[in-house]
Design a protein around this ligand. Structure first.
Ligand code: CA
Length: 223
C-alpha cells in the first residue's frame, strides 16, 4: 500500500511517516503543496494524508487539482482543532475524512485502513479493457474466459497500464510500482516486461505504444 503524506511540520511528518512505515505502508512524504502536486501527477497512491496549511500550494488547492484530474485515491485532511470551516471546505472539495490536530497515530492508521478498504470495494477488483479482464484480487489476466499466464512483475506492469488507460505511464512510475518486489528494477528490465506484455496483447488487438522520452500507453489497435 502506497501512501502520500503531505505535511510541512518536520517533527509531525517524521513521526507519521515512521509510524506508517512500521505499519507496513510505503510512504512518500511531500513537504509542501507543490511537491504533493508533482507526486500526484507521477504516481498512483492508495491514499493521501493531506495537511491544509502548506507552503507554495495550500492543501485545498492540491485537493482541488487532484480531483479535477480524476485522481480517486481517498484523502484524509488534517485540520486545526476548531476550524469547522476548513473541515467543511475540505469535504466539499472531495476529501473523504478528516482528523483534527493533535491526534494519536493509531487513530490515523485506523482511519487510513477504513478509507482504503472502502475505496477498494467501490473500485471493484477487476478491470476490463477490450477482451482483457484483469482480476486484481487474484492477480490473474482472463482473456475470453481463459487464464493467460503472466509473471508477477508482468502483472504489476499491466495493472499500471490498465489503471491509467488513456494516459502515458512513465518508466519511473513502473519502476516505483515494481520496487515492492525485492531489489531495484532497472530501465532495461522494464523494457523486457513491456516487450513480453506487448507480444501477449498484440494478437488481441491491443498495442503498448512507446512514447519516446515519456513512457508507455495502452491503446486498442485501429480496425
Ligand atoms: Ca501545516
Amino acid at each position: 500500500m502506497k501512501i502520500l503524506l503531505v505535511e510541512d511540520d518536520a517533527a509531525l511528518g517524521h513521526a507519521m511517516s515512521t509510524s506508517l512505515n512500521k505499519a507496513g505502508y510505503s510512504v512518500n512524504w511531500a513537504h509542501d503543496g507543490f511537491e504533493a502536486d508533482v507526486a500526484l501527477h507521477d504516481f498512483v497512491y492508495d491514499a493521501v494524508i493531506l495537511d491544509l496549511g502548506l507552503p507554495r500550494i495550500d492543501g485545498f488547492e492540491v485537493l482541488k487539482r487532484m480531483r479535477a484530474r480524476k485522481v480517486t485515491a481517498p484523502v484524509i485532511i488534517l485540520t486545526a482543532r476548531d476550524d469547522l470551516d476548513d473541515r467543511v471546505r475540505g469535504l466539499d472539495l472531495g476529501a473523504d475524512d478528516y482528523l483534527t490536530k493533535p491526534f494519536k497515530l493509531p487513530e490515523l492508521e485506523a482511519r487510513l485502513r477504513a478509507q482504503i478498504r472502502r475505496n477498494n470495494s467501490i473500485l471493484g477488483s477487476t478491470i476490463e479493457y477490450g477482451p482483457l479482464v484483469l482480476n486484481i484480487t487474484d492477480k490473474m489476466l482472463i482473456v475470453n474466459g481463459e487464464t493467460m499466464p503472466l509473471s508477477p512483475r508482468e502483472f504489476s506492469v499491466l495493472e499500471m497500464l490498465l489503471t491509467r488507460v488513456g494516459r502515458v505511464v512513465s518508466k519511473d512510475a513502473i519502476i516505483d510500482a515494481l520496487s515492492k518486489w525485492d531489489e531495484g528494477v532497472g530501465n532495461n528490465a522494464i523494457e523486457v516486461y513491456i516487450h513480453r506484455i506487448r507480444k501477449k496483447l498484440e494478437p488481441l488487438g491491443i498495442n503498448v505504444l512507446t512514447i519516446r522520452g515519456l513512457g508507455y500507453l495502452l491503446q486498442k489497435a485501429q480496425q
